[in-house]
Ligand binder design. Structure first.
Ligand SMILES: Cc1ncc(COP(=O)(O)O)c(C=O)c1O
Length: 372
């Protein structure tokens, strides 16, 4: 726990003097401009017309509190994945669930084991918990080191974390790796797998991690989201399948009774049923991903083969500088936040015209930044 921070003494020590970074801010110089948003792993298409209609039809019921257990949606997901509804819980995005799961598991001084390279929000959550965190470096190819993760589990460990496909790498665990993780994580330790990019992974011929994790003997949680493949990032609805009702109830308690908005269940249910629209999003994503990977390769970058809606690459020069120059040209892309990966950029998939704009801007920016 940090002990040397200045700040308000009534705050917990690890909560003092923190900075807050808002990734959706549009600075004054960019307001009113046409922006190509390829930085936050969002879906570039609006929600399906059926989803919008379902939410509009529900608007006159917003005077009522929602049923935070999402009974109809839960029943449908239960049927699709053969998990009892009592073992499914809901969050304002899966971000809330990952934090909640840490909170219900990790007590003072207890340990969790995590890969070093994973969605950066996890590191924020570790700081907020003041947890004892064992960080396991990823392998040289940036994939998660399963031997390292299970080898780091000690007597004090309560939680092991993995993300597949992972962010920012875009890489999935292999079936053998995931089975090893499930088998070798001790039965008194909760295994948490974030599967936010699940639909893209399955579309790319990859794993349905849940189906493997649910065979594990020890406790587990797998979280997913409607933010990505269903184009509903603004709705804020994530969900977690848990190995027991006890885990799901603990999450329900630590979030809140009316945790998700009244639009969330109706919108997500309509989106889940509109498989034609979801398939269009997945197909379009795969086409643009191919174009971005090829384009990056031609521009002298080293792209990582991704199974998600984003592609990361070693740009061969400062990622921050590339991002700055791209923004001047109206294209927002991201960098990695990890030490040793300062040359990495991350590009979220857009519509075909966004890919055109991105590759055109990169063609100008990369030689300039490399030559600087
Ligand atoms: C690995 C991972 N998990 C979870 C999330 C957050 O999803 P949600 O919108 O459901 O909070 C993200 C968002 O980019 C992510 O990359």
């Amino acid at each position: 726990m940090a002990t040397d921070k200045q700040g308000a003494a009534y705050l917990r020590e690890n909560m003092r003097g923190l900075q807050f970074w808002n990734p959706t801010t549009i600075p004054p110089e960019e307001r009113g401009k046409e922006l190509v948003r390829m930085d936050l792993n969002e879906c570039p298409y609006p929600p399906s017309p059926k989803t919008i209609a379902a939410m509009q039809a529900h608007a006159d019921q917003l005077n009522r509190y929602p049923d935070g257990t999402c009974p109809e949606l839960g029943a449908r997901l239960s049927e699709l994945n053969d998990i009892p509804t009592a073992q499914i819980c809901w969050g304002a995005g899966s971000t809330q669930l990952l934090k909640s799961i840490m909170e219900i598991v990790i007590g003072p001084g207890q340990n969790l084991v995590s890969p070093a390279l994973l969605w950066h929000r996890f590191h924020g959550a570790y700081n907020a918990l003041a947890a004892d965190v064992t960080i396991v470096p990823n392998k040289d190819d940036t994939s998660i080191d399963i031997d390292g993760l299970v080898g780091a589990v000690g007597n004090n460990t309560r939680l092991v974390i993995a993300v597949t496909p992972n962010n920012p790498t875009g890489l999935t665990l292999t079936e053998a790796e995931l089975r090893q993780l499930c088998d070798e994580t001790p039965e008194n330790v909760l295994l948490y797998v974030d599967e936010a990019y699940h639909e893209f992974s399955v579309h790319a011929g990859g794993l349905d991690a849940l189906q493997i994790v649910k065979e594990r003997k020890g406790p587990w949680v797998v979280s997913r989201t409607f933010s990505k493949a269903y184009g509903l990032a603004g709705l804020r609805l994530g969900y977690a399948y848990c190995s027991s009702e006890e885990i799901a109830n603990a999450v329900r308690l630590i979030t809140s009774t009316f945790n998700v908005s009244a639009f969330a269940e109706v919108g997500a249910l309509a989106a889940l049923e509109d498989t034609e629209y979801r398939d269009f999003i997945l197909e379009s994503n795969a086409t643009e991903r191919r174009r971005i990977i090829d384009g990056l390769g031609k521009l002298g970058c080293k792209p990582i083969q991704s199974a998600t809606n984003f592609v990361s690459a070693d740009a061969g020069c400062s990622g921050q500088d590339v991002v700055k120059e791209m923004r001047k040209r109206g294209v927002r892309i991201g960098t990695w936040h990890d030490v040793g990966f300062e040359n990495y950029i991350r590009i979220s998939m857009g519509r075909p015209e966004d890919t055109d704009a991105c590759l055109t801007a990169l063609e100008q920016v990369l030689p300039m930044v490399r030559g600087a």
